[in-house]
Design a protein around this ligand. Structure first.
Ligand code: AQP
Length: 347
């Protein structure tokens, strides 16, 4: 394979590659949008917590994808403020800047540059099939072209770091498939230049649903306050939200997401919080009340240390750590971008 990517490592963690597709330690990349005030329970269980776990065995690169957040209308300053808050949360949940790279997407210009190359090998019809585009375009009055091409920027985000593994929630499955397809297409046209990534979707908690509408996924931008549990909620608020969670018509407690979506969602949350599984948890309950109370308690316990660290992290420390991550991300991104330019054969 032709490559110019060398082996670089720093005291603050390793970015070690000997050739394209042959990272010495598997590389993980994932991103989260700075939307909403803070991440919700679904973001935490479906994504953030897995990122923290993967730091043990992989080179982690974690990105606050602020350019993606601009694909729907935002007020001036809104995304910047949310970015700082998101970084605080990511550090508080356990993203370790000594081991992983944590940075902001817009600070590394190669993301936008590579996105153009990805668009050039993505078919219009492929993008038209994306269910998230259909959902979000229905929900917004102004539908930007960026919302439509979003998966090509996401593909660029991933391949820019020779990523092997992308840990995401189930809602991102289709976007990961398109990232794989376009990177394979790019390689078949221009040579083995890009690493083709693989999705890593957790078995438990990959799709946490809204507590009030268990047919919809819990989402930062939903206006269902009672249905969304966030890392900013107090213990009382969490207890109240679970107490009022919508359950199902019959009184049985069993894990059956199709016929019992409300109860199954509670069991998934409880299983994820206790790192057990929902089917086993179901055996411990015959009534909804105790299930709701125990699920609330498990979430409160899980969030408590994170909320404590969030309160301790000041803006200056968070900003400084993002700067360190940015420099390390740019170093890697510029290598891959140069490889792409050369492979395409630009002037
Ligand atoms: N409900 C969910 N259950 C499990 N995982 C989830 N994720 C999102 N919602 C759930 C995962 O969280 C990561 C970051 O998501 P994102 O911020 O990039 O955007 P999203 O998937 O569009 O999440 P939201 O919360 O619904 O944000 P908005 O409302 O702004 O679009 C991803 O890995 C995602 O899979």
């Amino acid at each position: 394979m032709s490559t110019d990517s060398g082996s670089t490592s720093t005291d603050t963690g390793s970015v070690s590659t000997d050739s394209v597709g042959a990272n010495i330690v598997p590389r993980t990349f994932s991103g989260i949008q700075p939307t909403g005030d803070v991440p919700h329970l679904g973001n935490y269980i479906g994504a953030l917590r897995n990122w923290v776990d993967l730091q043990e065995s992989t080179d982690g690169i974690y990105c606050i994808v602020d350019l993606h957040a601009l694909s729907v209308p935002r007020e001036p300053g809104e995304v910047g403020r949310a970015t700082l808050q998101m970084a605080r949360v990511m550090l508080a949940v356990g993203i370790d800047p000594q081991r992983s790279i944590l940075f902001v997407q817009s600070r590394v210009r190669e993301h936008s540059e590579l996105a153009w190359f990805m668009q050039c090998v993505t078919a219009f019809g492929e993008l038209r099939r994306m269910t998230q585009f259909k959902d979000k375009s229905e929900a917004n009055e102004f539908v930007s072209s960026a919302l439509f091409t979003y998966p090509t920027l996401m593909a660029a985000d991933i391949v820019l770091y020779d990523t092997d593994i992308v840990p995401v929630g189930d809602d991102q499955r289709q976007h990961l498939e398109i990232a794989r397809d376009v990177s394979q297409r790019f390689n078949s046209r221009f040579g083995e230049v890009l690493v083709v990534p693989e999705a890593r979707i957790a078995e438990v908690g990959a799709r946490i649903m809204d507590l009030q509408s268990p047919g919809n996924k819990m989402s930062k931008s939903s206006d269902s306050i009672l249905g969304t549990v966030t890392l900013a909620d107090t213990e009382d608020e969490i207890a109240r939200k679970f107490k009022r969670a919508v359950t199902d018509n019959d009184a049985d407690v069993r894990f059956d997401p199709v016929t019992k979506p409300g109860v199954s969602n509670l069991l998934s949350i409880l299983g994820a919080a206790k790192r057990t599984d929902p089917v086993t948890e179901a055996e411990n309950y015959t009534q909804y009340g105790p299930l709701k109370a125990d699920t609330a308690e498990a979430v409160i316990e899980m969030f408590r240390p994170i909320q404590k660290r969030m309160a301790e992290l000041d803006d200056a420390t968070v900003t400084e750590l993002l700067g360190v991550g940015e420099d390390r991300a740019r170093e890697k991104a510029s290598e891959v971008m140069e490889r792409v330019r050369r492979a395409v054969g630009l002037f």
